[in-house]
Design a protein around this ligand. Structure first.
Ligand code: KQY
Length: 364
């Protein structure tokens, strides 16, 4: 397929909202022992549950290394296609393609990926296999691709409403390890050009101690255009309180690209979740990979849910606020089934269900 030199906006393409119809979803199978404990075995069980749950609603495409290919293909999963592909880890939201559409055609945006901050504060080294995933996804989908060699971005650092509005965090998009050569205005323009958008909303920070430099997908998500959920705590002594309060004040005072006031729904966070000794000891300590220390607080949030055709996959943690998250989302998504998945093992790897999935929009 072709590499395009123009940009999606010029060509009349836009990134749809995740809540718009999908043709399929991608996932990368986890195995790296310096990120996933016990060689990824506990995480694989949860990834499998995510795969099987999505596959009830839409086709799933699973990317897997040659080491794990036979293990996964031997499972003979229904509505699942398997693709052997080199990879560095399993965060397809971040290293995978962002798909854009016009009325009748789809294309891929292939951002430069540097493992969340490259040599400044990246989470592992090297990341060259991950940086090639988006172009391989474009080949699988048989679509042309816009490649940005000079602009670092992960899919988890943007949320689009499909109607001209993008939400990001300043903490992430202005971080030293991404695009320090660009001004905020230049970053905005690149986002609008490559997502087919008109307006960028800049929430100050993401979830407390989020190792991605505060990806937006852990703190805010679009339910539909003009309406978002925001991760929230009422505990004023928690450092998260000030972060969520600033985001709330900012979003409630802003309008989107269509001039609508934004409705902000608060979604209570689980109580702080810490890494146990056993969990820490299960991860191989490797120079160049972020360590997992006993007692470290994880960036747990229900907002890291994934919206698919007919359902919402919601990470839950065995916390007293799980049921509140289920009820809140059931009210906000009356036409979708809420599918709670106990996702502590994904959280231990540094993200959650949204971070390990990537939608392919349906082209009408
Ligand atoms: O999008 C994410 N939350 C990915 C985090 C990467 C973690 C690598 N250890």
């Amino acid at each position: 397929m072709q590499r395009l030199e123009s940009n999606p906006k010029k060509d009349g393409f836009r990134m749809p909202g995740e809540f718009e119809e999908h043709s399929s979803s991608y996932i990368i199978w986890p195995e790296r022992p310096d990120n996933w404990r016990l060689g990824g075995k506990p995480a694989q069980k949860v990834f499998l549950e995510v795969i099987k749950t999505i596959a009830k609603y839409e086709p799933v495409k699973v990317i897997v290394s040659k080491n794990q290919y036979s293990h996964l293909s031997g499972m003979n999963l229904k509505n699942v296609q398997i693709y052997e592909m080199s990879n560095d880890d399993s965060w397809v939201r971040d290293c995978g393609a962002t798909f854009v559409v016009n009325g009748s055609e789809m294309r891929a945006v292939d951002w430069k990926f540097n493992a969340w901050g490259g040599l400044v504060d990246g989470l592992y080294f090297p990341w060259d296999s991950d940086d090639k995933i988006a172009s391989k996804m474009a080949e699988i989908e048989k679509v042309d691709r816009y490649r940005l060699d000079d602009f670092v971005l992960e899919g988890g650092s943007i949320h689009c409403d499909g109607e001209g509005t993008v939400i990001v965090t300043e903490e992430c998009l202005l971080s030293e390890g991404r695009n320090p050569h660009l001004t905020k205005e230049e970053i905005e323009k690149t986002l609008c050009d490559y997502l087919g958008a008109e307006k960028v909303l800049w929430v100050p920070r993401g979830i407390y101690l989020d190792e991605t430099n505060g990806h937006v997908d852990n703190i805010v998500n679009f339910v539909r255009p003009g309406e978002v959920v925001l991760a929230w705590t009422d505990d004023t002594t928690d450092p998260q309180y000030e972060i969520s309060k600033k985001a709330y004040d900012y979003l409630s005072s802003e309008t989107d690209a269509k001039g609508r006031n934004i409705i902000v729904h608060k979604l209570l966070l689980p109580k702080p979740i810490l890494i146990t000794k056993e969990e820490s000891e299960g991860v191989d300590a490797v120079d160049g990979t972020l360590p997992r220390n006993e007692g470290d607080r994880l960036a747990a949030s229900y907002v890291n849910y994934y919206t698919i055709n007919g359902a919402v996959l919601l990470p839950v943690f065995g916390d007293e606020n799980d049921q509140n998250a289920i009820n809140t989302l059931a009210n906000l998504y009356p036409d979708r089934k809420i599918e709670p998945i106990y996702a502590r093992e994904i959280l231990l790897g540094g993200g959650n269900i949204h971070c390990i999935t990537q939608q392919v929009p349906k082209v009408k």
